[in-house]
Design a protein around this ligand. Structure first.
Ligand code: GDP
Ligand code: PGA
Ligand code: MN
Length: 618
């Protein structure tokens, strides 16, 4: 149906039976759908099944309305490109709210508004917001459908682009609905509108959105309300909003951890496997490390996930991890055959949605870094002609590929285990030009939590705002902790305190981005990070040469396996050295950071701060 065609039903005053032909009798779900439909007044309601046929219909419609461009190049089968409004390209942290009952529970790292006030505000902005549009109801589960305690959600959205993307990123549709009914399960109600109602006869735009945006979480009632944006992190509500912000609150209450981490399985030539999780802020290397192709002879990497990890104490006192997602929403620029061939191979299998990439003349997509030489002509993400002489990049720096994870050749079989895998090591990393060495091992678990608590990074294009300023980003969760940051650190201490202490993972601080004396990033990174991973596994096995520095154990000059790598001794030294002067400055930054926690900072972490001070001055 063309937009506006159902105009006779758009302005009904009698209660419309929006759920008359609903494929369920689950009362809470019917009530939720009725309530949101009554508020937002959509032209029609569509219950998402998740089928191939439905996917075809939806993408046909999206091509018709101009939201999607069908890619005709054989290099991108069954794939589409989308181009956002130039003002809707990233997560909007300043418009993201944690509306807990008490302001104290949102903590100093979150924007807080009184929930009653926010509810009133949102009733206003959502009223009639879906007029003239289809309201889609997407049942979804984060994690496995047959997990011990599956975590359900239902996203209501007026964006078919969101439906198409959610089908890649999460397990959705009829199977999930049946399971919700069977278990009579709780689901997180998640409401999304692009905030662009269509008046009768009004022509739709390719990327509807609203200048006013709200990304709102009510932690106590586990609700999500997102208004005004179609961008992934703001609109695919299973991802950051649920699997991190709301899940972190569930995890606090239920004794587990919801984290911003990749999961990698690394197997040595001696056929020993290690499971390594890595927490890096957005656009700091999670997807690349998750899909690493080791350059070291005989080492094999497989992936379990690239963005979100749920950690639970297992029955044997070990920590276990699962990836609750089923797709990649990866940063496109910088992803290429030379840097991330595994991602490129997964993308080449098709079934992907690309957002804000450039179009090639043969009906494919391109972004900076995909190939060494750019094509001679492109249509850039804004729809303008582009040549290698152009001043602006062809793809937006936060352009994304959205690709099913099961298209990954190197997907670990353990990805399919509902109960996950044991965790052997955690890497905390960020983007730092200075100070932070390539790799540092924590002295013990508590020191490792201190690494996480003081993690810092230069800001990137993944969120609105200035790029390149250093900010503290605890456990790479700064924009995603759904409650008080001090309570969150305390929860880390408590959860791990209940695990078998001899089975706790080792913790490492890493930095692939430090600059050397020549002003260039001194470590080659990407696939060469396998050399760091090898040292990590050696340290797990009580081997691997290290020096104890004031900040922890770092590799000696000859500890890393550099076989076949061309790196000057100067560049290696610049990568791994600990500079006391830089760390004295760093400690001042840490002092300022911790001062903001007030008395919610766990004493065990404050003790590590004093220990660092002592070690630096002795
Ligand atoms: P994510 O958002 O955390 O998943 O980050 P990505 O893996 O998508 O990487 C974000 C950006 O960092 C991309 O432009 C990558 O090319 C770049 N990047 C990732 N790993 C490395 C590395 O080891 N060294 C360098 N120099 N850049 C990297
Ligand atoms: P990421 O997050 O940058 O960590 O991949 C995706 C997003 O922007 O929500
Ligand atoms: Mn990523």
């Amino acid at each position: 149906t063309a937009p506006g065609e159902n105009s006779s039903t758009d302005h009904r005053t009698t209660a419309p039976a929006f759920t008359a032909d609903a494929p369920t009798t689950h009362t809470p779900l019917l009530n939720f759908v009725e309530e949101i439909a009554a508020l937002t007044q959509p032209a029609r309601v569509h219950w998402v099944e998740g089928s191939e046929a439905e996917h075809r219909t939806l993408t046909d419609e999206l091509v018709e309305t101009g939201t999607l461009t069908r890619l005709t190049s054989p290099d991108f089968p069954n794939s589409f490109a989308a181009f956002s409004d130039p003002a809707d390209v990233a997560r909007v942290e300043s418009r993201t709210f944690i509306c807990s009952e008490n302001e104290r529970d949102a903590g100093f790292t979150n924007n807080w508004v009184d929930p009653a006030e926010m509810r009133e505000k949102l009733q206003g902005v959502f009223a009639g917001a879906m007029r003239g549009r289809t309201m889609y109801v997407i049942p979804f589960v984060m994690g496995h459908l047959d997990a011990e305690d599956p975590k359900f959600g239902v996203e209501i959205t007026d964006s078919a682009y969101v439906v198409t993307s959610m089908r890649i990123m999460a397990r959705i549709g009829t199977d999930v609905l049946r399971k919700i009914e069977e278990l009579n399960a709780f689901f997180v109600p998640a409401v999304h509108s692009v905030g662009a109602p269509l008046e009768p006869g009004e022509q739709d735009v390719p990327w509807p959105c609203n200048g006013e945006k709200y990304i709102v979480h009510y932690p106590e009632t586990r609700e999500i309300w997102s208004f005004g944006s179609g961008y992934g992190g703001n609109a695919l509500l299973g991802k950051k909003c649920y699997a991190l912000r709301i899940a972190s609150v569930m995890a606090r209450d239920e004794g587990w951890l919801a984290e911003h981490m990749l999961i990698l399985k690394l197997t040595s030539p001696a056929n020993r496997s290690y499971f390594i999780a890595g927490a890096f802020p957005s656009a700091c290397g999670k997807t690349n490390l998750a899909l690493i192709d080791p350059t070291l002879e005989g080492w094999k990497a497989e992936t379990l996930g690239d963005d979100i990890t749920w950690i639970r104490p297992g029955h044997d006192g070990e920590l276990r991890v699962v990836n609750p997602e089923s797709g990649y929403f990866g940063v496109a620029p910088g992803t290429g055959w030379h840097t991330n061939a595994n991602a490129m191979r997964a993308i080449a299998k098709g079934s992907s949605v690309f957002t804000n990439c450039a179009l090639t003349d043969d009906g494919g997509v391109w972004w900076e870094g995909m190939t060494e030489e750019p094509p001679a002509h492109l249509t850039d993400w804004r729809g303008q002609d582009w040549t290698p002489d152009s001043d602006e990049p062809a793809a937006h720096p936060n352009a994304r590929f959205c690709t099913p994870i099961d298209q990954t050749d190197m997907l670990a079989e353990e990805y399919f285990e509902p109960d996950g895998v044991r965790l052997d090591a955690i890497l905390f990393g960020g983007r730092r030009k200075t100070t932070v060495p390539l790799v540092t091992q924590a002295r013990d678990w508590n020191h490792g939590i201190f690494f996480g608590a003081t993690l810092s990074s230069e800001t990137t294009a993944a969120a609105e705002g200035a790029v390149g300023t250093v900010r503290r980003d605890p456990m790479a969760m700064l924009p995603f902790i759904g409650y008080d940051a001090g309570d969150y650190l305390k929860h880390w201490v408590e959860v791990s305190g209940r695990a078998d202490q001899s089975k706790l993972p080792e913790i490492f601080l890493v930095n692939w981005f430090r600059k050397g004396r020549d002003g260039k990033i001194s470590w080659p990174g990407f696939a060469e990070n396998s050399r760091v991973l090898k040292w990590v596994t050696e340290r797990l096995d009580g081997e691997g040469e290290a020096v104890e520095t004031p900040i922890g154990f770092t590799p000696t000059m000859d500890a890393l396996d550099l076989s076949g790598l061309e790196i000057t001794p100067e560049a290696l030294e610049d990568s791994i050295r600990v500079d006391r002067q830089e760390w004295a400055t760093e400690l001042e930054g840490i002092d300022e950071w911790f001062a903001q926690f007030g008395d919610s900072l766990p004493t065990s972490i404050a003790a590590e701060q004093e220990e660092l001070r002592r070690r630096l001055s002795s």
